[in-house]
Design a protein around this ligand. Structure first.
Ligand code: ATP
Length: 287
């Protein structure tokens, strides 16, 4: 995956992570304290947990939009916490919950794809400067052919809508485009933060089918946060449950087969009222 020396196991490795936040008024809440999670390369990990359990915060810490106070985050041996934002953007693709966040509504589908390609391009100062200075977001004929082929191969009707402003697309179509944009540079890590939560069931099914396909096709390690128990039981290779910044459940695909939605719902309920047991935080199976 990379020529960088592997100082820790490849894939995503989160070790002894600590992060807290001030409470309204006064006081401090230590949400993560010595949190560890190891994700082998290519693993599609689904993260569930009750509101406020720390799912999005975990993704933000991995993405570097939040800074942890202690611990280490490595991707394929690269220390993510020491990288600059533009370097991290080359290796991490991200799709947020709100379809309005991942795309530029005033630009066309093709221009959005061009922007994503530029963002994911290895940083070379001179080339980057020239592209920025001379209207690099305008796709040329070759770009447009590639985009049409890519979207066509993925079976997406967007292939015929390259010149439409993205603001005219439905939420589902925008999320589809966000997903394609996030994976354009074949990132080593894909972060999906409730990326289907704002979609109707049909659009959700389309986006989840595309998610499965892209993750498998690219072999990327992926972390998906969801509140949908149906998704949690159907998608990904592994399911973990968070509560109060700790792991209280960890099931591989075989173990997950035996989980019932009702049992998971009951755990959600238990998670809300019961404090996390210390033995659950070591990432061991809780099935
Ligand atoms: N930047 C921040 N500053 C202060 N507090 C924060 C910050 N980010 C998250 N929090 C707090 O950390 C806790 C966990 O938030 P987080 O968004 O990770 O939960 P979640 O599990 O994703 O919940 P939900 O399912 O509701 O999205 C919450 O209490 C939230 O208010």
């Amino acid at each position: 995956m990379s020529s960088a020396p592997h100082l820790s196991p490849p894939g995503l490795s989160v070790e002894e992570l600590s992060w807290g936040h001030p409470l309204p008024g006064s006081g401090w809440r230590q949400l993560f304290s010595g949190f560890s999670l190891s994700c082998p390369p290519g693993q599609f990990l689904v993260v569930i947990g009750s509101n406020g359990s720390g799912k999005s915060t975990l993704l933000n810490l991995v993405a570097g939009t939040l800074r942890h106070s202690a611990g280490r985050i490595h991707l394929g041996g690269r220390p993510l916490h020491r990288l600059r934002d533009h370097q991290r953007a080359r290796w991490i693709g991200r799709v947020m919950q709100n379809p309005l966040e991942g795309t530029c509504p005033g630009l066309t589908v093709a221009e959005n794809l061009r922007l994503a390609e530029r963002r994911n391009r290895p940083a070379r100062f001179a080339a980057g400067f020239l592209i920025s200075a001379f209207g690099g977001i305008h796709p040329n004929g070759g770009d447009r052919r590639r985009y049409r082929e890519l979207l066509g191969e993925l079976g997406l009707p967007l292939a015929d809508r390259l010149d439409e402003p993205v603001g005219q697309l439905s939420g589902g179509q925008r999320q589809t485009l966000s997903l394609v944009m996030a994976t354009l540079g074949s990132p080593d890590l894909l972060l999906l933060d409730e990326h289907t939560a704002a979609l109707d069931p049909r659009a959700e099914a389309t986006v989840m089918a595309l998610t499965d396909r892209l993750v498998r096709q690219l072999g990327t390690t992926a972390l998906m946060v969801t509140h949908s128990l149906e998704q949690a039981l159907r998608h990904g290779d592994r399911l973990v449950m968070l509560h109060e910044g700790g792991l209280i459940g960890d099931w591989n695909a075989a173990e997950r087969e035996y989980l019932e939605p009702a049992a998971l719902r009951a755990m959600y309920g238990a998670a809300i009222v019961a404090p996390q047991s210390s033995s659950a935080a070591d990432g061991s199976s809780a099935s």
